[in-house]
Structures are given as structure tokens and as C-alpha cells.
Design a protein around this ligand. Structure first.
Ligand SMILES: *Cc1c(COP(=O)(O)O)cnc(C)c1O
Length: 390
């Protein structure tokens, strides 16, 4: 065996999450699965074909470099790829040639798209991002007006595929008023698009949290990331869903989302340590009684945060084993003293996911380091192999 750990992707979990979203938003809106950040750490190359198998035919990436990977991994040539962020220079004619659509949020990109369409001899597929209050990227005011003029006078080369925006934190009620304002501004922008004589195409504004919490934000398409991978955007989103959609106690208990990812490694070696000895680097951990430690070949290089030193835990034989001492670059030690000799070299160690009747969710893993799910997932390095399981 060459790899020190493996990330399993569950087909049945992904299918379930997709079906849940489909049921929740109804049969008509298109679902674009967001695969930026290396598919939230799941690995674009492994995840995308799996998602296609489960019925997904539209994917959103952040950058042109991710789009290249998505195009190369798709099994179905009609699977659509959309760039929501960075696409510059020679990547623009590439996107036009490939039929990859992309966001436009400034005049320069629109002009580049126009030029590229002329060179390639095919229309540029444009999603107009409008500014509604996130204040990151997006067109507003006169800039939007000029973009609309350009779009309507070059309909042959610039095909308006959609009009979109992104909410400033739909996973928290703290942002409720801000999001209501954004919806109003979005409707105003849509009105301007129509007044310019343009068909807005796909209206899309909702991420996972908005699609689950605010039904009115589900228009012609949703862009869902975190929920597809089986995580709630936040505890509030989950509570809101349960309160509004579940009547019976058993419905309230049943989680409609399933974690797609399971991260496992195995015990590399075992060691007995006498009372009084320090464990690992420095003096942060001392054996107050004789202890048995298992080394696991996963460290902060692999995305297991150093801040979980003496705090985090893993699963061995379905039981918690606490991290003892500092998390090293490539390894960590866990305490298996209480397993009465049951822990052996080569035994499975679970870092995220289920083992027997126990499980470690990314959020309990990350609550300890105060990172949201998103960050912990995307920090899992691309070099860990991803394998598909049922
Ligand atoms: C990341 C992202 C999404 C998906 O967000 P989730 O919370 O993971 O569903 C949607 N739209 C845009 C513009 C994004 O950047």
C-alpha cells in the first residue's frame, strides 16, 4: 500500500442528497452542483462522474482551471460547466470554444467575450452577475446599463444564458434583512434586463442555504454545494428545515442528508509508554499511567489541523481514541489504552465518517478548531486518493 489514507465517496449518499434537494425545490428548477474548491475536497475527477451517474448535468466551478478539469472528467458531453469567478486571457476563447458558460461582472470581460466569440466563430455563453448587496462582484447602475446595451446589440455573439446574484449569508437569520433587500434589488435588475429587450434566461440566485430556507429564491436554477455533499450549511438551516417541513417525531429525527465522504487510514504501529513519560514533541502530553499509543500516518500536511493536538479524536473499532500530544506534519498519536489490546497494527482508523455505530462529522471535527465545514473540507489535500463506494 502506497497511500497513508483514503477518502471514500458514497454513491448512495450522493443519490440521496440529490433526491432530497430535488424533492425540496420541485421538479422544474435546474440543479447546478457546485464543485469549486476541488469539489469541496471530494476531488473533481472522482466526484463529477459520480454526480453525473446520480443525475446531475450542470456543474459550477470558480475558475477556468477547475473548468478544464471538469470538462476533462465529464462522461457526458452535454454535461454543462459554468465558471462563477475567474476566467481571463486565453481562458476566455477556450471557454467559448468548449461551450463553457461564465459569469460577466465587468465591461472588460464582456468585451473580451465578444472578441473571443468573433475569433472562435461561436457565441460566448454569458451569465450576467448583478450587484444586489454582497458587494463582491456584480454589475449595477450605469455599468449594468452599458452591459445590457452591448448584449442587446451583439445577440449573435453574446448569448445571455442567465441573470444571477449571490446572497450575503443565507445560512444565518442575522442576515435576514440584508437578503430581503437583495431579492428586491435582484427583481429590479431583472426588470432592467427585460426593458432592454433581453430574455434573462435562467434566473439563479440560491445556494444550498437559500434553496432550503427561502423557497422564493429558487427560480429557474439553484447552485448547491455543501448540501450535495451531505452537510447542512449551518445548524440554523437544519433547525429551520425541521421546523417547517417535518411534522412527526420520526420525521424530525431522520436526517435527509447523508455525508458523501468517509476518510480512513490505519494504525501504523503501536507503542507502550510508562507512567511519567512525555508523549511526542515537547511536554504537552504526559502519561499519568501506563498507556498504549497508536501512530496514524496522517498529519497537518494531510489536513488534520495542528490545533486538534490533544483535542481531536479518531475512531478505532467504533470507539473514540483521543489525539495524544501534538499533531505532526505526517503523523499523529492516539490513545488506545482502553481498548484492552484489541487495537492492532493495520486496524482501520476513521478520521471523518462512520465506523460501526459511531461517527465523526466534519462539523464536530471542525467545531474544535472553529472552522466551518467548508474550510475543513476544502483543505483536504488533492494528493489523498478518492475512491467511490456504494
Ligand atoms: C460556493 C457558491 C455557491 C454554493 O454554496 P453552498 O453554500 O455550498 O451551497 C453558490 N453560488 C456561489 C456564487 C458560490 O460561490
Amino acid at each position: 500500500m502506497f497511500d497513508t489514507s483514503v477518502i471514500e465517496l458514497s454513491r448512495s449518499a450522493l443519490r440521496r442528497n440529490f433526491r432530497f434537494l430535488r424533492r425540496h425545490i420541485g421538479p422544474h428548477p435546474r440543479i447546478s452542483c457546485v464543485i469549486k474548491g476541488n469539489a469541496y475536497g471530494h476531488g473533481i475527477e472522482s466526484f463529477l462522474p459520480l454526480a453525473e451517474e446520480c443525475g446531475v448535468d450542470h456543474f459550477s466551478v470558480f475558475s477556468a482551471s477547475e473548468a478544464v478539469r471538469a470538462v476533462a472528467s465529464r462522461g457526458n458531453p452535454s454535461t454543462h460547466v459554468m465558471i462563477m469567478g475567474h476566467v481571463e486571457g486565453e481562458a476566455i476563447p477556450w471557454a467559448v470554444e468548449q461551450g463553457v458558460s461564465f459569469y460577466v461582472f465587468d465591461r472588460q470581460r464582456l468585451e473580451q467575450a465578444l472578441a473571443a466569440a468573433g475569433r472562435v466563430g461561436a457565441p460566448a455563453l454569458i451569465h450576467l452577475e448583478v450587484e444586489t448587496g454582497l458587494n463582491r462582484t456584480g454589475l449595477a447602475g450605469e455599468d449594468l446599463g452599458r452591459a445590457l446595451e452591448l448584449l442587446s446589440s451583439h445577440g449573435d455573439r453574446l448569448r445571455l444564458m442567465g441573470v444571477c446574484t449571490h446572497y450575503a449569508g443565507a445560512e444565518s437569520v442575522n442576515n435576514y434583512l440584508r437578503i430581503q433587500k437583495q431579492k428586491v434589488r435582484y427583481e429590479e435588475a431583472l426588470e432592467r434586463v427585460r426593458e432592454a429587450g433581453l430574455d434573462p434566461g435562467l434566473r439563479h440566485t440560491a445556494c444550498s442555504a437559500a434553496a432550503i430556507t427561502y423557497p422564493e429564491t429558487v427560480m429557474d436554477m439553484v447552485r448547491t454545494g455543501i448540501a450535495m455533499y451531505g452537510f447542512w450549511p449551518s445548524k440554523q438551516t437544519k433547525m429551520h428545515y425541521i421546523q417547517n417541513n417535518c411534522q412527526t417525531p420520526s420525521q424530525r429525527r431522520a436526517n435527509p442528508l447523508r455525508r458523501v465522504m468517509r476518510w480512513r487510514s490505519s494504525i501504523m504501529s503501536l507503542k507502550k509508554v510508562q507512567a511519567g513519560e512525555f508523549i511526542g514533541y515537547g511536554t504537552s502530553c504526559q502519561a499519568t499511567k501506563p498507556r498504549v499509543l497508536a501512530s496514524v500516518p496522517v498529519g497537518y500536511f494531510h489536513g488534520f489541523a495542528r490545533s486538534l493536538s490533544n483535542l481531536g479524536y479518531v475512531l478505532v473499532h467504533g470507539r473514540r481514541a483521543n489525539v495524544a500530544g501534538l499533531v505532526n506534519m505526517n503523523a499523529l498519536l492516539v490513545d488506545v489504552t482502553d481498548m484492552n489490546g484489541k487495537a492492532r497494527k493495520g486496524d482501520e482508523v476513521v478520521l471523518i465518517g462512520r465506523q460501526k455505530r459511531s461517527h465523526i462529522s466534519v462539523s464536530s471535527f471542525s467545531d474544535l478548531t472553529r472552522n466551518p465545514n467548508y474550510e475543513v473540507l476544502t483543505r483536504l489535500p488533492a494528493c489523498i486518493p478518492r475512491v467511490v463506494v456504494d
